[in-house]
Ligand binder design. Structure first.
Ligand SMILES: CC(C)(COP(=O)(O)OP(=O)(O)OC[C@H]1O[C@@H](n2cnc3c(N)ncnc32)[C@H](O)[C@@H]1OP(=O)(O)O)[C@@H](O)C(=O)NCCC(=O)NCCS
Length: 173
């Protein structure tokens, strides 16, 4: 259950947040790989989209969570990759991650984005509307359990591309 005592605020990251965003990703994951990935993506203008790196802020202004959406492609058509999402361990399961993801999805929708892809926990992302990417005819460019590669259409009235995901170079895929 998410902790309703926390009313998290969320906003796009600014240039003042990069150290805190690195620290959140370093703390949330076992290795610095995800933190370094975020920094690499930030320097890639083909991948980075201003306004789609979202931070969750505590009442005292400290940052506790982060989610990033970057440009990927499916069969040459633009899509978004949600990765990574991270919350400081002491604040996990208090809604900080969900708050950032919901804000990021709304920001993406407002920018006219449609297809969003995520590789992650199959019991976490469906709450945001994600379903197996295979149902969209979208495949990961590597072996992955079907339920872990998920997709969401922000505007179901629009067609979505089918094919294999091409990640930004920083993912090293
Ligand atoms: C996964 C993560 C981003 C979720 O953010 P969060 O703020 O802790 O989660 P929220 O409070 O928004 O949501 C809580 C829900 O997430 C679920 N959840 C949290 N971590 C989970 C995990 N590792 N696996 C599956 N579900 C998880 C909880 O079960 C909870 O579900 P419930 O509300 O039904 O009880 C965060 O726990 C984290 O940073 N984990 C370590 C890094 C990581 O694994 N990132 C995701 C890569 S896909």
């Amino acid at each position: 259950m998410s902790d309703s005592t926390h009313a998290w605020s969320t906003r796009p990251e600014t240039s003042a947040d990069t150290t805190a965003v690195h620290a959140i990703n370093s703390a949330a994951f076992e290795t610095p790989s995800e933190a370094d990935l975020v920094d690499a993506l930030r320097t890639d203008p083909a991948a980075w989209i201003d306004g789609l790196s979202i931070v969750t802020e505590a009442a005292d202004g400290a940052l506790v969570g982060h989610v990033l959406f970057t440009r990927c492609h499916v069969d040459g058509h633009a899509a978004l990759a949600l990765a990574p999402c991270a919350v400081l361990p002491e604040f996990q399961r208090t809604g900080a991650g969900s708050a950032a993801i919901r804000t990021g999805l709304e920001a993406a929708r407002a920018k006219g984005e449609n297809l969003v892809l995520v590789l992650g926990h199959a019991d976490y992302y469906p709450r945001f509307g994600f379903t197996p990417a295979s149902g969209f005819g979208v495949r990961a460019p590597f072996e992955v359990p079907d339920e872990a590669m998920m997709a969401l259409s922000l505007d179901p009235s629009r067609a979505t591309p089918r094919g294999t995901i091409q990640y930004p170079a920083a993912f090293g895929i």
